[in-house]
Write a protein that binds this ligand. Structure first.
Ligand code: V47
Ligand code: SF4
Length: 346
C-alpha cells in the first residue's frame, strides 16, 4: 500500500469518523506489533530548571539562578536519584534539563561518564537536541563533535524533546530564540549518522493548526527516510498552567483531538517503529484508548517528572511495573518490557 500524503492525512484528521480512524490506525499498529505494548522501567532526572531561554509554553524553567524555586543539582544528588531508580529495576535514565548559563561542556561529559561507570546496567537517554546545540555554542564545537564525545562518555540515545512544532512560523511565536526547526532536524540527522538512536516529540494543542502538525510529521518522515534512527514519535499534550501562553491558550485540548493525533501519526509516520502514549500528559484513561488508536508504547514507570507537572499535570508520577502491566493486560494487550534501545525483556 502506498504511503499517505499530507493532504490525505489532513482529510483523515478532519473528516474521518473517530472510531474508523482509530480502527485503521490500530490495524496498522497490530500489523507491526500484534497485541504487544512496550513499556520501560525508567526515571526522569531533570538536573536543573535554570534556563537561558524563555519558551512561552514552559512552566518548568527559571531565568534567575537565585530565584527561590531555581535548582541545580550536584552530581551526588543526580547519582542518588539514579541509584534509587536502579534499585527499583530501572533500565533507562532519561536525563534532560534547562540550558544553564554557567556549566561548561565538561560538566555534562563528567555527568555521563560517572553515571555510566556507577550504573552500567541502565541506558542513558540524555540531552535533547536543544541541549546539544547549547553545548556546541558554549564549547565552540559542532553538534557532531559534541555527540561523539558524549557517546564515548556513555550516551546511548537522545530523547525527542525540544521539537515543539518544527514549522518555523509557529516556533517563532511559542519559543523565540530557540534553535530552529532545521537545527533540531540537523542534530537528529547527525545523531543517526553517528549510530545514536533518537525519538521525536511534537508539542500540540496550543496555537498550531492541524496543517502545522502534518507539516511537522512530514519533516520527521523525510528525515527518517534519509537517515533512519528514530525509535518513537511522542505526541506531547500542551499543559496550560503557570506559563506565558496561558492567556492565549488556557485549556488542555480534548480527548478526541489527542486520539486523532495519535491515530494520524501512526498512519502517516509509516517509517517510525513506535508511537508513544505518554500517560503523564494524556492521563491514564486517554492513554489506554490511545493503545487502541495506534500507540504501541506507554513509556515508563517515571518515578519523577517535573516539566509537565510544573504546567498543571495532576496525574500522580510513579507507576509500579505491576500496575503498568496490569493496565496493559486489562486492555486485552500484552505488556513487553523494554529498555531505551527497545531490547525486549519479556
Ligand atoms: O521538550 C514543555 C515539553 C518536553 C510543556 O524522548 C511541555 O522518550 C506539555 O520530551 N506542556 C519534555 N509539554 C518531555 C519529552 C519527552 C517525554 C517523554 C518521553 C520522551 C522521549 C520525551 O516537554 C519538552 C517540551 O517539548 N513541554 N512545557 C507544557 N507546558
Ligand atoms: Fe528552557 Fe526547555 Fe523550558 Fe524552553 S522548554 S525554557 S529550553 S527548559
Amino acid at each position: 500500500m502506498s504511503r499517505i500524503s499530507e493532504q490525505e492525512a489532513l482529510d483523515l484528521f478532519l473528516n474521518a469518523p473517530l472510531d474508523e480512524l482509530c480502527a485503521r490506525a490500530n490495524a496498522e499498529k497490530e500489523a507491526r506489533h500484534g497485541k504487544s505494548v512496550y513499556w520501560v522501567n525508567n526515571r526522569q532526572i531533570n538536573y536543573t530548571n535554570v534556563c537561558v531561554l524563555h519558551c512561552k509554553f514552559c512552566a518548568f524553567s527559571r531565568i534567575k539562578k537565585d530565584s527561590p524555586t531555581a535548582y541545580d543539582w550536584n552530581y551526588e544528588t543526580i547519582r542518588d536519584k539514579a541509584a534509587e531508580a536502579i534499585s527499583k529495576g530501572a533500565r533507562e535514565l532519561h536525563i534532560v534539563g534547562g540550558l544553564h548559563p554557567d556549566h561548561p561542556f565538561d560538566y555534562y561529559i563528567e555527568m555521563l561518564r560517572k553515571l555510566r561507570k556507577e550504573f552500567p546496567s541502565a541506558n542513558l537517554k540524555a540531552f535533547t537536541a536543544v541541549e546539544i546545540c547549547h553545548f556546541a555554542k558554549i564549547s565552540g564545537q559542532t553538534p557532531e563533535q559534541i555527540m561523539a564525545t558524549l557517546k564515548d562518555a556513555g550516551l546511548d540515545a537522545l530523547p525527542g524533546g525540544g521539537a515543539e512544532i518544527l514549522v518555523q512560523s509557529v516556533r517563532d511565536k511559542i519559543c523565540p530564540g530557540k534553535e530552529t526547526g532545521e537545527e533540531w532536524l540537523d542534530v537528529h540527522r547527525a545523531a543517526h549518522k553517528l549510530g545514536i538512536p533518537t525519538n521525536a516529540t511534537m508539542l500540540f494543542g496550543h496555537i498550531e493548526k492541524i496543517e502545522d502538525r502534518i507539516a511537522h510529521m512530514k519533516m520527521l518522515r523525510d528525515l527518517q527516510d534519509e537517515a533512519p534512527g528514530f525509535f518513537a514519535f511522542i505526541p506531547l499534550v500542551y499543559h496550560p498552567e503557570h506559563n506565558a501562553l496561558h492567556q492565549i491558550v488556557p485549556n488542555i485540548t480534548s480527548e478526541e483531538d489527542i486520539l486523532r493525533t495519535v491515530a494520524v501519526s501512526r498512519l502517516f509516520l509509516d517509517n517510525f517503529p513506535h508511537i508513544k502514549a505518554y500517560w503523564i500528559q494524556m492521563g491514564i484513561e486517554t492513554a489506554m484508548k490511545a493503545l487502541h488508536a495506534g500507540a504501541s508504547d506507554l513509556d515508563g514507570t517515571i518515578i519523577e517528572e517535573k516539566i509537565t507537572h510544573a504546567a498543571g499535570a495532576t496525574v500522580p508520577v510513579g507507576m509500579s511495573p505491576e500496575r503498568m502491566q496490569d493496565l496493559i493486560k486489562k486492555e486485552g494487550l500484552v505488556p513487553v518490557e523494554r529498555d531505551a534501545l527497545y531490547e525486549r525483556f519479556s
